[in-house]
Design a protein around this ligand. Structure first.
Ligand code: PGA
Length: 254
């Protein structure tokens, strides 16, 4: 089963308008120069620069995504942004359940699943994040924790078209520590088995599972070559166009 890799940049809380415009413009230019790319590119900037970034990538194949969304379509939710608004702003994707959201905003698996369902209702692709903490890995619970997150966060209506999974070990995010290729492949294969139990084998076989956590140009090739790794969710290295592009160039050809 050939799955087209997705290289997604999670800009987190970084980027003022001028920087965001420049970074998005550079990525769009690189993408336009390679019309036969064997990967999809996505940038997920902060809400405040969504329009700026959308304009900068408008005539390219680079997709626009958000970093979270609310579970309602509109209403009295001060400070929140709905999937309807994201769609209106030109987004095609939204990250849900990133570990920083789970920690900073106490988002549970049930919250993440509800966000994905609302996103799907707007035809947005939900990138559902899962991953264990360092303590959970050290106590041998990584597989079990991630399995439970998948079962709790992925909606029953998820398909390989409307959903992408991102496995991000919490201890590898922004730390420079990367999971070993063997550990990454073990977890990704287990995620696919869990998805098969929940959604059926065909859906599981078609669904992209990204790795995230200190992915850089120097380690991307080895990680992206793994059988069940179908791209990356990139934080720090997504803020430099040459690093982001170098990671994309590390995808195996289709
Ligand atoms: P990192 O972040 O690449 O800076 O480790 C990845 C993420 O949190 O999505």
């Amino acid at each position: 089963m050939s799955r087209r890799p997705l290289i997604a940049g999670n800009w987190k809380m970084n980027g003022l308008r001028a920087d965001a415009k420049a970074l998005a413009g550079e990525i769009a230019t690189l993408s336009k120069a390679q019309s036969d790319a064997a990967f999809d590119l996505l940038v997920c900037p902060p809400f405040t620069v969504m329009e700026t970034v959308g304009a900068a990538i408008e005539h390219s194949d680079v997709f626009l995504g958000a970093q979270t969304c609310h579970t309602a379509e509109s209403g009295a939710h001060t400070g929140d942004i709905s999937p309807v608004m994201l769609k209106d702003a030109g987004c095609t994707h939204v990250i849900v359940g990133h570990s920083e959201r789970r920690t900073d905003h106490a988002e549970s698996d049930a919250d993440v699943q509800a966000q994905a369902i609302t996103a799907h209702a707007q035809d947005l692709i939900a990138i559902i994040c899962v991953g264990e903490t360092e303590a959970e890995r050290e106590s041998g619970q990584a597989l079990q924790v991630v399995r439970e997150q998948i079962l709790g966060s992925v909606p029953a209506g998820a398909t390989s078209e409307n959903t992408v999974i991102a496995y991000e070990p919490v201890w590898a995010i922004g730390t420079g520590k990367v999971a070993t290729p063997d550990d990454v492949q073990e977890i990704h294969a287990d995620i696919r088995n869990t998805l098969a139990d929940k959604l059926g084998q065909d859906t599981a076989d078609g669904m992209r599972i990204l790795y995230g956590g200190s992915m850089k140009p120097g380690n991307a090739k080895e990680l992206l070559a793994l059988a069940d790794v179908d791209g990356g969710l990139i934080g720090g290295a997504a803020l430099k166009s040459e690093d982001f592009w170098a990671i994309a160039q590390s995808c195996p050809s289709l």
